[in-house]
Design a protein around this ligand. Structure first.
Ligand SMILES: [Zn+2]
Length: 99
């Protein structure tokens, strides 16, 4: 199982997508925009992170405790997730970014 969550950054139109295993251990974290991604597939025209990004923004799941399971195409909500990216939490623009 690969779970992903998505957080806004201090940069407009740039998000941080983090991959977790089924126990919510962080596996990887990438900076994602509509056109670019910092993952190993970032050189390709698209990748799973860029495919998932509209899903997060569409249902306003950015900066929330919602996790997307890419394989099964389902959402999970977790409340026991310790926020390791708290220092990255955007203090501005989270409302305007969530579109
Ligand atoms: Zn990617």
């Amino acid at each position: 199982m690969s779970l992903y969550n998505c957080k806004s950054t201090s940069t407009p139109f740039l998000w941080r997508m983090t991959k977790f295993d089924s126990d919510l251990n962080m596996e990887a974290s990438y900076l994602v925009s509509i056109s670019d991604c910092s993952c190993p597939a970032g050189y390709r025209p698209t990748c799973r992170h860029r495919q998932m990004l509209p899903k997060f923004t569409r249902i306003n799941a950015v900066d929330k405790l919602w996790f997307f399971d890419f394989e099964t195409n389902t959402w999970e909500k977790h409340s026991d997730h310790s926020d390791s990216g708290e220092d990255l939490q955007a203090t501005m623009g989270s409302d305007s970014v969530a579109r």
